[in-house]
Design a protein around this ligand. Structure first.
Ligand SMILES: [Zn+2]
Length: 164
């Protein structure tokens, strides 16, 4: 297959593929300061914010995002990347402490082909794990629940993050 390199097309391609920031669910959440509980915003830092994933793979699945609507790590400044990583580190400690997580998965899906659900606004997944992924509620509350309410998870995790 013959490949053609056309770097002059890059700005054009970016302009037609980049949605307006107000179309982005993450930016909408970020800009709506009055609905942090409804949107499960756990923390607002200087460059990044932390939310519960509304469609979690597991209870306590959180996302750490830059305030900037960008799709790649390279679009962030080193300060922004540093805060993202520091908040990821805090998340691991909070999950072990508050959710009794025994393991944690951390990852970025950059680009749609990599599985990014909302690839235009980069987000770090932090996913607590338990042996056999049993519910964490029996461990902390001695209560067996069929499913975990996001509101309960929110209450456990809010006010735990702090500025880096
Ligand atoms: Zn966005």
């Amino acid at each position: 297959m013959k490949k053609m390199y056309a770097p002059w097309r890059t700005p054009y391609v970016k302009s037609i593929t980049k949605p307006k920031d107000n179309d982005c669910v993450f930016c909408t959440t970020l800009n709506n300061h009055k609905a942090d509980r409804e949107n499960f915003v756990l923390f607002r830092g200087k460059h990044c914010f932390v939310i519960l994933n509304l469609y979690p793979y597991n209870a306590g699945h959180i996302l750490i995002l830059p305030n900037k609507h960008v799709s790649d790590l390279d679009d962030l400044t080193s300060k922004e990347r540093t805060e993202m990583m520091e908040l990821t580190n805090q998340a691991t400690k909070i999950m072990k402490d508050r959710l009794k997580a025994k393991g944690i998965n951390i990852g970025l899906n950059i680009g749609e082909v990599a599985g990014g659900g909302i690839p235009d606004h980069i987000h770090m997944h932090v996913l607590p794990r338990w042996p056999h992924d049993t519910n964490f509620m029996p461990l902390i509350a001695n209560t067996k629940l069929i499913s975990v309410d996001l509101n309960d998870v929110y209450d456990l995790l809010k006010d735990q993050f702090h500025n880096c």
